[in-house]
Write a protein that binds this ligand. Structure first.
Ligand code: C2E
Ligand code: MG
Ligand code: MG
Ligand code: MG
Length: 284
């Protein structure tokens, strides 16, 4: 009957909450250790222009647990966020990514840009602009080589804190990209005044291309909007040739997705995309 169902499910819920909590705590401790024992590492996914040239890479964080199991960032980033580990992890990510970008520049990827995902608590820290400036100087890259990705929903949670930080970052020359665009219902009037340099069209709109009329209309509209606001537009999660063909009608749209390249370790990237050396690089 209804009453016994209720009491059983309450007991089950309590037990579940306890084991969830225990699991979460174990993960937190392990995640903390992972920072120092190489359990955390980065993969890089290229972003291509219309001529299939790599113009940027996005750093994507990976966690391999002590038992060898890989944990997806969708799972561990929220845990890191809740436990404030994200601040330390995030600053490690930025340093590593900038260091690797300098190596990519040396390997011949001239003027390549690095995109780094930011967590909400990183983007509400007033010291972020100074910290990032110090990192790019130490790495020997320019601020315009680093592009910070933040989501619309992050922006909308605390616009009064986030937007001034965005302005400082843009003044210092950093790029800012609005990630997962289309998922956060940001108003057009707000978008108009946002100090951003690019928008990434969320994968959920790309996946319906080219068959779904609604997705075609949404993607066209976002691209048009981006052009009018003079923003770079990146289509993310492009998986098929027909999606790619649809997007290539818009010559200026940048492409990121499995159809072009999966995220991969730095060495693979250098090996697979060994650029043609410039004449000055050829030994005499
Ligand atoms: P995101 O920034 O929107 O990254 C795109 C995600 O889509 C990545 O998943 C990428 O591997 C995946 N992806 C790329 N191309 C395709 C495709 O063609 N098809 C499909 N199905 N997926 C594709 P990943 O690496 O699992 O990252 C998930 C999310 O975790 C990221 O979403 C980002 O929000 C977050 N994240 C990753 N690294 C970091 C980090 O260093 N810091 C923070 N704060 N968040 C991070
Ligand atoms: Mg991203
Ligand atoms: Mg995204
Ligand atoms: Mg995402």
């Amino acid at each position: 009957n209804a009453l016994s169902f209720f009491s059983t499910s309450t007991t089950q819920t309590l037990a579940m909450q306890q084991s969830d909590l225990a699991q979460r705590l174990t993960m937190e401790v392990e995640l903390y250790q992972a920072m120092t024992n190489q359990g955390l590492f980065l993969e890089y996914q290229p972003i291509f222009d219309g001529n299939r040239r790599i113009v940027a890479v996005e750093a994507l964080l990976r966690w391999r647990r002590l038992n060898g199991e890989m944990v997806r960032p969708d799972i561990f980033i929220p845990i890191a966020e809740q436990s404030h580990l994200i601040v330390q992890i995030g600053s490690w990510v930025v340093k590593q990514a900038c260091h690797d970008l300098a190596l990519l520049h040396k390997a011949g990827f001239r003027d390549l840009k690095m995109h780094v995902n930011m967590a909400p608590s990183e983007f509400t820290s007033n010291t972020l602009p100074e910290e990032l400036s110090a990192v790019v100087v130490q790495s020997g890259i320019a601020s315009h080589h680093l592009c910070l990705e933040l989501t619309e929903s992050m922006l909308m949670q605390q616009p009064d804190r986030v937007i001034p930080i965005m302005h400082s970052l843009r003044q210092l020359g950093f790029g800012i990209s609005l990630d997962d665009f289309g998922m956060g219902y940001s108003s057009l009037s707000r978008l108009k005044n946002l100090p951003i340099s690019s928008m990434k069209i969320d994968r959920s709109f790309i996946s319906g291309l080219p068959d779904q009329a609604e997705d075609r209309a949404i993607v066209r509209t976002i691209i048009e909007l981006g052009r009018n606001l003079r923003l770079n537009i990146i289509a993310e999660g492009v998986e098929t040739d027909s999606q790619l063909a649809f997007l290539r009608q818009f010559g200026d749209t940048l492409i990121q997705g499995f159809v072009m390249c999966h995220p991969q370790p730095l060495n693979e990237l250098i090996r697979l995309h060994q650029p043609v050396p410039r004449p000055v690089d050829v030994p005499a």
